[in-house]
Design a protein around this ligand. Structure first.
Ligand SMILES: [Cu+2]
Length: 487
C-alpha cells in the first residue's frame, strides 16, 4: 500500500476501550460485563481488511511512536480501525454470518481453527459464509496466509464462545466438557471454600455483572519491519522466514536515541488488547476490577511470536484451560508461560489478598491481626488513606494550562500483573512499566461487613463506572435472522 493512503487512518489509538460485537440474543449479560467497552449487538459480522498507522501510547510531539498495521475492521457497526480486531462474543451453537472484504493488494483470509476457513480472499473481493460456534472458550481468529506475516501484521482478534448451559447439577464453567477438577473449582465459588458469588452469578444491587471475564490478547509490533512489509509493491509477499529472522533475532537497542537513529527490526511495542503501560494497566477492559468474592476468568491469547509469562500479584489463580483443553490438573500458580499462539485461561478466585495476616491461613475470610497502631490489618484502612505521590507533591499541567495534582490514592487495592519476559516491559526502549503490563484491582469485599466498596477517588470511580455499568446498555437483540425493533 502507498503510505499516503494509510496515513489518513492516523489517530486510531484509543485510550483503552475495546470494540465488542455480540452476535445473537442469548447473552444480554455481556453488555454490562467486563471487557465489553463499546459493545454492540449484531446479527452478522461485516469486516473489511485494511491498514492503519496507529499512534501508540508514547506518541507525542517529540517522539513519533507510530506503527503500521493490517486490521480487521467492523464496518457495520462502523468502528475505527484498530489492532486487534473487534472481540466477537457468541453462545455455543449459534450460527455466525460473516462477510470479509479485502481492501489490501495481496490475498488475505479469515480463519478459526476447527470452525471456519475462508481460504484466500483476493484483493477487492468479498467472502461471505456462515459458521457455527461449535466450541466454548476463547479462540483466535486470524489470517493464516503467508504465516506468520499476515497474522503478525495485525490481522487477528478474539472470538469468545460461552456455553449455553452448565452441566446438570453444577455451576457454569467457560467450557463444554470441563475436567472434574475444573468443575470442582467453579462449583466451589459461592461456597464456604470461596464465599461470595458463583462465576455466573451477578448482583445488580451491588453493581456486579455475571460471567466476569477479561481478555488479554497479547501481541508484539516492530515499526520498522511492519513498515517494510507495508511498502512492498502491490501483490508482493514478504518472505516469512526473513520476517521471523528479523523480528526474533534483531538486536535490542540500549536507549531511545539509538532506536530513533537506527531502529531495530525487533519488536518495540508489546501490547495487551492493543494497549501498553498505563493504558493497559488502568484500563478496565484489560485489568480485572472486582471484589473479594467475585471470581473472574481471564482469557489469554498470544497472537504474536514471543513467549510471555504474565505474573499476577494479589491472588494466585488456576490454569483452567490450555489450548482449548480444560486442564485435568489445574494447580494454583502466580505465573504461567504463554507461548506463541497459545490460548490459556487464568481463573482468578478474587480471594482476600494472601499476605494479609489473619489468625488462620491465608486469603481466607478470617479475623485479621492488628497493626502497630491497633487498627485491623484488613480491610487495609491505613493504606486506604495513603496517597503516593502525596497531595501537592507532584503537580502537572493539563492541555489548558490548569494545574493537576497527581496524588494517587492507594485505594482501591491495586496490584501489578507483569510479564517475566523482561524486554516486553518496555515500549520503544522506555523504562519498566511502559510495556506489556496489566493489573488486578480489588475494589471491595463482599464477605466483609461494611466493606462492599473500598474508598474510591473520582478518577478511579469514572473508570470503574465504565466497566461495572451505572449506565444503560443497548437493546437486547432479536433472534438470529430477525430484525431489531425500531426504538
Ligand atoms: Cu513477577
Amino acid at each position: 500500500m502507498k503510505r499516503r493512503e494509510f496515513l489518513k487512518y492516523a489517530g486510531a489509538f484509543a485510550g483503552g476501550g475495546m470494540a465488542v460485537l455480540v452476535v445473537g440474543n442469548k447473552i444480554p449479560w455481556v453488555m454490562k460485563g467486563p471487557g465489553s467497552a463499546s459493545a454492540a449487538v449484531v446479527q452478522s459480522l461485516n469486516f473489511h481488511i485494511s491498514d492503519i498507522m496507529k499512534e501508540m501510547g508514547t506518541h507525542n510531539a517529540e517522539n513519533d511512536a507510530r506503527c503500521y498495521f493490517w486490521t480487521y475492521r467492523s464496518v457495520v457497526p462502523d468502528y475505527p480501525p484498530e489492532c486487534p480486531g473487534p472481540v466477537i462474543m457468541v453462545t455455543k451453537g449459534d450460527t455466525v454470518d460473516i462477510s470479509v472484504t479485502n481492501d489490501l493488494d495481496e490475498p488475505h483470509a479469515f480463519y478459526i481453527p476447527g470452525m471456519v476457513d475462508s481460504g484466500p480472499i483476493l484483493p477487492t473481493q468479498t467472502w461471505t459464509a456462515s459458521f457455527i460456534a461449535n466450541k466454548s472458550g476463547a479462540h483466535l481468529y486470524y489470517d493464516n496466509l503467508n504465516e506468520p506475516v499476515n497474522r503478525m501484521m495485525g490481522l487477528h482478534g478474539a472470538l469468545i464462545v460461552r456455553p449455553d448451559a452448565p452441566a446438570l447439577g453444577h455451576n457454569f464453567t467457560p467450557y463444554d466438557n470441563p475436567t472434574a477438577h475444573v468443575q470442582d473449582i467453579f462449583d466451589s465459588f459461592g461456597t464456604e471454600v470461596y464465599p461470595g458469588l458463583k462465576w455466573e452469578e451477578g448482583d445488580p444491587l451491588t453493581n456486579c455483572p455475571p460471567f466476569r471475564q477479561n481478555l488479554w490478547l497479547l501481541h508484539q509490533a516492530s515499526p520498522r519491519l511492519f513498515a517494510e512489509v507495508g511498502s512492498l509493491p502491490a501483490g508482493a509477499l514478504y518472505d516469512p522466514v526473513e520476517f521471523m529472522d528479523k523480528f526474533l533475532k534483531g538486536p535490542f537497542k540500549v536507549n531511545n536515541s539509538s532506536i530513533s537513529n537506527d531502529p531495530s527490526y525487533g519488536p518495540q511495542y508489546f501490547t495487551i488488547n492493543g494497549q501498553s503501560g498505563f493504558f493497559s494497566h488502568f484500563s478496565p477492559w484489560v485489568t480485572p476490577m472486582s471484589r473479594v468474592g467475585e471470581p473472574v476468568v481471564v482469557h489469554i491469547l498470544n497472537a504474536g511470536l514471543w513467549t510471555h509469562s504474565m505474573h499476577m500479584h494479589a491472588n494466585h489463580f488456576y490454569i483452567t484451560s490450555i489450548n482449548g483443553e480444560p486442564n485435568p490438573n489445574p494447580i494454583w500458580v502466580d505465573v504461567y508461560t504463554v507461548h506463541a499462539m497459545d490460548a490459556i485461561d487464568y481463573t482468578v478466585p478474587f480471594m482476600r489478598i494472601p499476605d494479609v495476616p489473619n489468625l488462620r491461613g491465608i486469603g481466607r475470610p478470617d479475623t485479621p491481626l492488628l497493626s502497630e497502631k491497633g487498627l485491623p490489618a484488613y480491610p487495609c484502612v491505613e493504606e486506604f488513606e495513603v496517597y503516593l505521590p502525596g497531595s501537592g507533591e507532584e503537580i502537572a499541567q493539563d492541555i489548558n494550562g490548569s494545574s493537576i495534582d497527581l496524588k494517587q490514592r492507594q485505594s482501591p487495592l491495586c496490584y501489578p500483573v507483569h510479564d517475566h519476559s523482561e524486554p516486553s516491559q518496555t515500549s520503544q526502549g522506555g523504562n519498566y512499566n511502559t510495556g506489556m503490563i496489566a493489573g488486578m484491582y480489588i475494589v471491595g469485599d463482599r464477605n466483609m461487613p461494611g466493606s462492599m466498596d473500598f474508598p474510591m477517588d473520582e478518577d478511579f470511580a469514572l473508570a470503574f463506572e465504565n466497566i461495572r455499568g451505572h449506565q444503560s446498555t443497548d437493546q437486547a437483540a432479536p433472534p438470529i435472522g430477525g430484525q431489531h425493533a425500531v426504538p
